[in-house]
Design a protein around this ligand. Sequence first.
Ligand SMILES: NC(=O)c1ccc[n+]([C@@H]2O[C@H](COP(=O)([O-])OP(=O)(O)OC[C@H]3O[C@@H](n4cnc5c(N)ncnc54)[C@H](OP(=O)(O)O)[C@@H]3O)[C@@H](O)[C@H]2O)c1
Length: 381
Amino acid sequence: MPPSTHHAAWLRAPRQALALGEAASTPPGPGEILVQNRAIAINPFDGIVQSLGSVVTPWLRYPAVLGSDLCGEVVAVGPGVSRFAPGDRVVGLALGVEKTANRGAEGAFQERVILREACAARIPPELAFEQAAVLPLAFATAACGLFLARHLGLRHPSVAPPGQAPDEAVLVWGASTSVGSCAVQLAAAAGYAVIATCSARQFEHARRLGAGACVDYRDPAALERIVQALDGRRLAGVLCLAVGAAGACIDVAARCPGPRKVAMASTPVSLVDAPLDRQLGWKLRRLARMGLGFARLALRARRSGVGTSAIWGSSVVEDPWGSRLFEDFLEPALASGSFRPAPQPLVAGSGLAAIPEAMAMLRQGVSARKVVVSLPGARPD
Ligand SMILES: NC(=O)c1ccc[n+]([C@@H]2O[C@H](COP(=O)([O-])OP(=O)(O)OC[C@H]3O[C@@H](n4cnc5c(N)ncnc54)[C@H](OP(=O)(O)O)[C@@H]3O)[C@@H](O)[C@H]2O)c1
């Protein structure tokens, strides 16, 4: 039997520092597994919820446990779960902060986490927990934007992708982001040629993951270079993964033959750099700028005949196809080596106490790295 309590990094109220404390260990319900956490990754969303929670996630019940990405060992399975057994090494998307869950037991920033069966995949024995932990939200967000009909609606990926030369391309704007590192691989696995934007020092990173052409997003001639890289192919869609880049993505979609669609995971204005001690007025001004940014984008898109959509990554698992993504794609693709965890983890420290420092590191900015905290001290059974 798992211990009845464990440690969690609690967010007791909006805009407070995380506080370590005890949490009651919840037995897994139907369709759920209980995981002993070995590594977590930090996402921009974690800091946004902490500093702006009452505005961006008004449903959130406090005290809350943040965190979407984790990797660990199954310690118990709930009724009806047949895919997993205690001892399995899994990577999973934690839904604690989601409106549909809104439950501390499902947040990643604690020693033992409840995961939905559909949001978990076994990982190969040679894969370190810290490496696999970079994946869940980035993978879900990339898949959501690329494949769901309300976004780009592309052909679905295959563990053994088609070999023929692609006649359509996808633009991943921000290929060195965590989401982009998954998106490049997923789009290639679906049989598309991938055009990537990132800084020139990350071209090799994007190419290793499957990008056929790389363009520096800072290059004033980026748009022309993307059109050139298309080389007569149709542009099946644009995935926008960088703050403030949606305008450029709309311009590319408007210029190229194809369905003229842009799916956006990022906002027009950054919310990540909102430290806790900023006053509410500063945050409200930032949110107002963001609203204005979205309105300008909508106008630009309408004038150019481009369709845009805003991605909520974790919602992919509510889709009938997306609900099988971890089982039918991620698990076999990791096992076969056709999909690789990327970017490389940047381990900020060890133990739940290292999470605030890790969140601060991410706020400073990363390039083709994912900030991770390992939890080696978590109690084994
Ligand atoms: N909507 C959702 O559900 C959802 C879920 C997850 C993430 N997101 C959002 O998606 C975005 C990516 O998240 P992430 O965690 O993957 O980010 P990340 O890895 O922390 O992003 C860092 C990367 O951003 C790149 N970058 C910065 N400005 C850029 C620009 N103008 N054009 C292209 N690349 C640029 C940098 O590239 P270089 O180092 O090459 O310059 C760097 O590698 C963020 O805005 C995040 O908030 C949304």
